[in-house]
Design a binder for this molecule. Structure first.
Ligand code: 5GP
Ligand code: ZN
Length: 117
């Protein structure tokens, strides 16, 4: 599996750095965000290293990511809904350069997609 020795999320995927794992299969892992922005804030990542959503992520891996999002929603009991965000690049504020999806929920998130300026 493609890993970047300097990547923190590769280390989490390899269980070299501890995290609170919510879901895991052979392709992806989901774990709670260290700095939660909502009552539920879980990250879904591929175990292989891709820089972001626009990298050459295989369709099969994308399918596994979306499956994991649904598993997280079920395990976290997000029956009232949730939001999925994937930041790509500087304008989006991406800070960890390993493709990830944020799953946010557990409260009414409001209708705007972006924080108030
Ligand atoms: P980004 O800004 O790149 O879309 O999101 C990166 C996310 O990763 C942030 O929400 C940040 O709190 C989270 N994060 C960064 N380092 C760690 C870590 O070591 N463990 C966990 N669980 N989350 C992390
Ligand atoms: Zn990585």
């Amino acid at each position: 599996m493609c890993q970047d020795p300097n990547c923190i999320f590769c280390k989490i995927a390899a269980h070299e750095i501890p995290s609170t794992v919510v879901y895991e299969d052979d392709q992806v892992i989901a774990f709670d965000d260290l700095n939660p922005q909502a009552p539920v804030h879980t990250l879904v990542i591929p175990k292989a290293h891709y820089a972001d959503i626009a990298d050459d992520v295989p369709v099969e891996t994308m399918g596994a990511m979306v499956h994991a999002v649904k598993e997280v929603a079920a395990k976290k009991d997000l029956t009232q809904g949730f939001r999925v965000i994937s930041n790509k690049g500087a304008d989006a504020g991406q800070t960890v350069m390993h493709f990830h999806m944020h799953v946010l929920g557990g409260k009414h998130l409001g209708e705007g997609l972006l924080p108030e300026e």
